[in-house]
Design a protein around this ligand. Structure first.
Ligand code: ATR
Length: 280
């Protein structure tokens, strides 16, 4: 008997925390697709054999998370321009016997702001990125694609901010995290650090945030809690805020479409489902 079920999943090590199964299973049910999406705990030693089985047809593709996002590159047949620019892959799909790697964080970041702050990328804007890790890489790429005239990068370890700015060049510049004018006239602030992760209540002040440009947008890629101290401070000062949960939802869209052939919608109901799961 030929099996018709389409399989996809997420690989990582450990993998227990992943919200991807909830998102993709919700879309499978909604679109009545005969498919499966499972979490696979794959150790670094098992990565090559897992990828080989996928190339042989065991799966239509997968999401990739820590610690495989960079190491998987070497085992794929082609990378999208975005994945190559970022140097990390979070989504893999199969075309015949070839595996293609993409990074959808850039897309997910921009799509979240498109949804919740429609004119966030007005031409020639000034952006400030806090942090210089892997997430910052995907976001700086999005900001350049969307035509920001200035992309300032501030990081606890200044060298890392400098390296990120040098990597992209153009509008990017490393700036000091303790510069009193850090926020001055910025149209967009993005927190990519783990500083706000797991905050209970407004744990830290954000001095200088009031100097943002009128109508500025402030977003945090952290989504636990949904309302970080940064977003609360920005909201109190009348700026527009966007939480990070939408990025998690939107970055999942391109993979689902590749594997299952349907472009899924990020709906308020799915968001609520995820919020309830995070609260558990
Ligand atoms: P990711 O890939 O998710 O971006 P990462 O590469 O570990 O993760 O980067 C985490 C970011 O959060 C870094 O910019 C880190 O700053 P350093 O480069 O100085 O380590 C930042 N970060 C983490 N904890 C921080 C803290 N307590 N204060 C300020 N920045 C912090």
């Amino acid at each position: 008997m030929t099996e018709t079920i389409i399989r996809a999943g997420v690989i990582g090590h450990p993998i227990g925390h992943s919200r991807s199964p909830l998102i993709h299973r919700s879309w499978l049910a909604r679109h009545r697709i005969d498919g499966r999406y499972d979490a696979h705990d794959i150790s670094p030693a098992d990565l090559i054999s897992f990828v080989a089985a996928m190339r042989d047809g065991a799966m239509a593709g997968c999401n990739v998370t820590i610690p495989h996002k960079e190491t998987v590159l070497a085992h794929l047949d082609r990378l999208t321009d975005t994945a190559r620019t970022i140097g990390a892959v979070n989504t893999v799909w199969r075309e015949g016997d070839r595996l293609i790697g993409d990074n959808t964080d850039t897309y997910g970041f921009a799509a979240n702001l498109d949804e919740h702050a429609p004119d966030w990328d007005r031409a020639g804007g000034r952006a400030l990125v806090l942090g210089a890790g892997g997430a910052a890489l995907a976001i700086v790429h999005a900001l350049i694609e969307r035509g920001f005239a200035a992309v300032n990068i501030a990081n606890r370890t200044p060298d890392r901010a400098q390296r990120l700015a040098d990597r992209f060049g153009g509008p990017c510049r490393a700036v000091a995290l303790d510069d009193p004018d850090l926020y001055r006239d910025a149209n967009l602030v993005v927190n990519t650090t783990s500083l706000t992760m797991g905050e209970q209540m407004d744990e830290r002040p954000w001095p200088g945030l009031e100097r943002l440009a009128d109508g500025a947008t402030v977003t945090d890629i952290v989504y636990t809690p949904l309302k970080t101290s940064l977003l609360n401070a920005a909201e109190r000062q009348g700026f527009r805020t966007v939480d990070g949960l939408g990025m998690l939802l939107h970055q999942a869209v391109p993979g689902f479409e590749r594997w299952f052939g349907v472009r899924p919608a990020v709906t308020p109901a799915l968001r609520e489902q995820l919020v309830a799961d995070l609260d558990r």
